[in-house]
Structure formats: C-alpha cells, structure tokens
Design a binder for this molecule. Structure first.
Ligand SMILES: NC(=O)c1ccc[n+]([C@@H]2O[C@H](COP(=O)([O-])OP(=O)(O)OC[C@H]3O[C@@H](n4cnc5c(N)ncnc54)[C@H](OP(=O)(O)O)[C@@H]3O)[C@@H](O)[C@H]2O)c1
Length: 306
C-alpha cells in the first residue's frame, strides 16, 4: 500500500508532528465496506497527523494519526460503446473511475471529451483474451444483449453473459453488475422467448457466482439520446414525458398491475443516465447487491446524483 502524506489545510509544517501515536483507521470514511475484503482491492492510503493550530511543534501534546483506506475503482464495461454502456462509461469517468470498455466495434467514432478517458478494447466476449482486460479490475459491468432469432437471443443475452460472469469469477473480480430487463408481467409463455430466457439465465449465473456482491438491474424501456452511426435518436422526447405521466397516475393504475402484460403500458420508462448512475452506485456501495426493479434503479441513481 502506498502511503501519501497529506498536510491538512490548517496545519503548517511546524504543526505537522511525526511522532508515534495511536493510529485510527477509518475504513468507512469513504465507503461503507461490510461484505467483501478490502485487501482484495487496489487501494492507496492517506496518512496524516495533525494537531490543533494553537499547539506548537515542540509541545508534548497528543496528536492524532489518521490512516484512511481509499479504494480506487477500475471497471470493465462490456458493451461500453452501446447506448447504455456509453452512458455508464461517461458517468464512471465523471466520478473519477478508471474505465475499460470491450465491444466488437471498439472506440466510438463520435466525439466527446470523456471518450478519450476510456480504454477501448475491440473484442468479442466469446473469443476475448481476458488476460488483457480483467487483471486489476474491481468490477465488471455487462450491458451485452440484443435481439435476433431465438437462438441468437439466447446466445447474446444468455451465453455471452454467462461466459463473462465465469471469466470475472475466475479472475477474482469482486463485483459483477448485469443490465437485465423488467419482465413486464408477461405471461410465462412469452417469458420463455430467447430474449427473456437468456436474460434470466444470465441473472442466475450472476446471483449464484456472486451471491453477496452480484447486481442485476431490471429496467423497462430506457430513454435518452441513442446514437446510430452519425445520427442521434432522441428517445427522451417520448420517454421523459411518458415517465412523468405514468408516475403521476401510478396510484390510480396500481390495481391494474396484477393483469398479465399490464406493465407493457404501465411500467415507467427510465432515463439512460439513471441506469448509468444506478450502475455506478452498485459499484461504489457494497451494501447494494441483488435484483433491482425500476423504482429501485431510480432510488439508487438519486444516491449518486450531484
Ligand atoms: N435500450 C433499452 O430500452 C433497454 C431496456 C431494458 C434492457 N435493456 C438491456 O440493456 C442492455 C444494453 O442495451 P442497449 O440498448 O445499450 O444495447 P446496445 O446499444 O445494442 O449495446 C449493446 C452493446 O453490447 C456490445 N456487444 C454485443 N455483442 C457483443 C459481443 N459478443 N462481444 C462484445 N460486445 C458485444 C455491442 O457492441 P458491438 O456490437 O460493437 O459488439 C454494444 O456495445 C441490453 O442487454 C438490453 O437488453 C435495454
């Protein structure tokens, strides 16, 4: 662990006392760590000793040593070039988190100052050399998923993520965050389609391999500005007002929630920024694990919103 000496703003070099004294260790000052071992994670230490401004360097008065463990995050976003993945990369960069993205297309072609702060690795999760990607990572976030034939949907929503979860587990990565999907109260014959079956298979893998730190976010329709080549599709023009309307009437529509497939109409959309912030919250808050609904995603996003 590297040690950094920090002079508090109020202290002068004369009041900085290098005397042995009782160290106080604050693990919870920056993060609430309760479930996984900090020793697994890359950290740097901040050590400082200080005394009241009125105490001079020659006095024998007691000093306080503070040793704080600050975790530096390094996340791997699978599908970081996609709609949701790029929002996660951008939010992570803004929080000072080191980000590596993996997708077949690699670095996006559109401009953005945050794009230069992400390491873009082109690759397919089925053929990836994980050695180039995972060592040193503190979390893997998977946004991999998509549509196609039944077989393709099972493969991309399910198997691709199962491969990723197992690779992360093998490399000892402490957290896995999976962007899944809300079930919309669909009848079971529809939930057995490749898309939903793939998602649920991936969810089970996350929750069984990461019982105390795996996170599954289940958003419904996600709105924001989706980039397709050089165009931007403003999904927020529909999604944002729709979210507001559905939230304002949810007390009246609650009785309808038990109807099959009712959530296709009633589940509130969620902004891509909220999904990204909920993912960031799940990376930085170790008390956050398990399956998260649309409302819980909104709540988690609020915790890290500035
Ligand atoms: N958008 C929504 O409204 C919504 C709602 C609920 C849930 N979701 C879920 O949220 C996730 C993200 O959705 P999205 O809209 O952001 O999708 P997206 O824009 O299509 O992003 C998917 C990303 O995964 C990458 N990818 C796909 N196959 C890959 C592979 N074999 N290896 C490496 N990377 C691969 C894609 O990049 P390359 O093609 O370049 O590889 C892309 O970056 C999906 O799982 C989706 O099911 C989305």
């Amino acid at each position: 662990m590297a040690s950094v000496l920090v002079f508090p703003a109020t202290s002068t070099s004369a009041s900085f006392l290098l005397r042995p004294s009782l160290p106080i260790r604050f693990n919870s000052l920056f993060h609430n760590r309760s479930t996984i071992s900090l020793t697994q994670l890359p950290r740097f230490g901040v050590r400082c000793s200080y005394a009241e401004a009125s105490i001079n360097a020659d006095s024998n008065s007691a000093t306080i040593d503070v040793v704080a463990d600050v975790r530096s995050e390094r996340i791997v976003v699978l599908g970081g070039s996609g709609f949701v993945g790029s929002a996660i990369c951008k939010a992570a960069v803004s929080k000072g988190i080191e980000v590596v993205s993996v997708s077949r297309s690699g670095r996006p072609t559109y401009p953005g100052s945050w794009i230069d702060q992400v390491s873009w690795i082109p690759g397919d999760v089925f053929y990836l050399n994980w050695d180039e990607v995972l060592p040193g990572a503190t979390a893997v976030v998977s946004t991999i998923g998509g549509f196609g034939s039944e077989e393709q949907m099972l493969r991309i929503n399910g198997e691709a993520n199962v491969v990723a979860v197992n690779a992360a587990k093998d490399y000892g990565i402490p957290k896995f965050v999976f962007i899944s999907v809300h079930d919309y109260n669909l009848p079971s014959f529809l939930l057995s389609s490749g898309y939903f079956a793939g998602k649920r298979k991936a969810e089970s893998e996350v929750l069984s391999k990461y019982p105390n730190s795996g996170i599954v976010l289940r958003p419904g329709f996600i709105y924001g500005k989706r980039r397709v080549d050089s165009y931007e599709i403003p999904l927020d023009l529909v999604g944002e007002p729709l979210e507001r309307i559905l939230r304002s009437v949810e007390n009246f529509t609650k009785p309808l929630n038990s109807l099959p497939a009712s959530d296709l109409i009633l589940a509130p959309p969620v902004s891509v920024d909220d999904v990204a912030l909920a993912a960031i919250n799940s990376i930085t808050d170790d008390d956050f694990f398990g399956v998260y609904t649309i409302d819980q995603i909104k709540e988690a996003a609020k915790k890290v919103k500035v």
